[in-house]
Design a protein around this ligand. Sequence first.
Ligand code: OOB
Length: 562
Amino acid sequence: MTQTIGQPDRTALTFDQAYVKHWRNVTFGGELRRWARRWPGRTAVVDPGARLTFHQLDAQADLVAAGFARLGLARGDRVVVQLPNGADFVLAWFGLQRLGAVPVHAMPAHRRDEITHLAAASGARALVVADRQGRFDLRAMAEEVCADLRTRGLTEPMVVVVGEPGRHIGFTDLRAAGPPPQPVSPAQPVPGHRPTLRLVPVERADPDDPAGPAPGDLALLLISGGTTGRPKLIPRSHTDYDLNVRLGVRAAGMDESTVYLAVLPAGFNFTLACPGVLGALSVGGTVVMAPDPSPATAFDLIEAEGVTHTALTPALVPHWLDEARFRPQALATVRVVQVGGARLPDETARTAGPALGATIQQVYGMAEGLVCYTALDDPIELVTTTQGRPGCPDDELLVVRPGTTEPAQQGELLVRGPYTLRAYYNGPQPDSSFTADGFYRTGDEVRRLPGGHVVVVGRVKDQINRGGEKYAAVEVEEHLLQLPGVGAAAIVAVPDPDWGDAAVAVLVHDGPAPTVRALAAYLRGRGLAAYKAPQRVHLLPRMPLTAVGKVDKQALRALLTP
Ligand code: OOB
């Protein structure tokens, strides 16, 4: 692992040569074929309404692919997927993979504004949604998304409803779509896709899916937490995502006996691939989909299915500890509880393992690539105070003075490696999120211990992390500025004992301050996800500014956190 930036011999080509040994010539469509051949009768996916063996999952993914193909979807098409945790998520995902179409992972909490943005930014040809989410009608939202895009002259996606379609073209049952399609024509470049990971040595097809996409092709688009505006799209290829999964399997100790409970949204990189759903399937384990994130539901499923592994955000941990006090026996089979997505307080990390009767694994990862894990046999001190070590020996980590490439003891983490992006999907060129040598600027403030463990101490990016759900402050600020009477607006993160961050809306406003509730309703009306509503409102006569005239968030943070 090199620690130097700008060495002349480290050209883009040599990075790739160093990475080749980590990559396999596989696609996810081909992987599912192999898993089904190896473990046909084992249970692959369980949800409250379905139980699929690997053979069934494989066969039904073909049917789903056929259904999508009949709708006119083809290789390379981007498809925004917003489905709850359930067997249908897995079927839709693999159905798209079989077709070489590219799922764009929306989160269940996303609403009109976010989904419209994802569809526009990806040029999506389809949007796959459930019919409802509780009382919220996703079909009506999808219609608004289409109307928005139409007005702006952008590609209007077809809407595929998993459930009751209403008047849309829809599948009422994803699995009943029909016979498999004719094989798609062999490898063609995906139109409009500029490859961002150079994958020269792995362009041969997967032997178990010879007509399918190339391993180096775009397999999925993840969304960034956002720092400078709307979330950006993160291109992940089959090759790099497969590595991501395998590193996770090794770190979390998954094997054929693994039963993984998906509590967090399945479209979240942590839940899907670190090692998560894909990791458990890749070793012949079982995935159990929790239909809601409540500890009561999770504990029922753990008891019924003998769950061995799961992944939580720090915000969920106290709720699990409460539930465990009443039902400790429910957790008898649980071996590993991963916690990540936001900083786990040391004290919670210390008490959680014994209280849950499981090994805690801290996971510090990002949709952009790098994932760090504490080892299952790390000394307790490291498990409770660090966020682990990089999954791959060729992950290159640098700690620098924020915004520079000058090394520092504690500072911003830069990363480059065999499963970390080199550019955002259709991102600007050049992009200040990357150094000239291709390191990604994480925006996280860290220090590293002599043994390589990373400690996340803070953040230099202007982002709110509300219990693992992230958004750029500026995204909400832009909406607040549209409010009548608002002269200036800033969203500032302050510490929150339960959620990591609380967001304070600082407003320069004529007249009485809008209430928290009024702001939440306003932002909901603008089509924003509920987690982006601020927790506090603070009025100021004028906004403090820095020397260059930007809002001085440091001053605001000092003012708000006495
Ligand atoms: C995961 O991915 P994202 O893309 O939603 O968010 C990444 C950001 C990191 O840059 C960091 O700011 C924060 O979330 N973060 C953590 C953390 N894990 C993520 N901050 C402190 N401690 C941690 N353990 O959140 C994600 C992706 C894969 C695995 C796990 C989490």
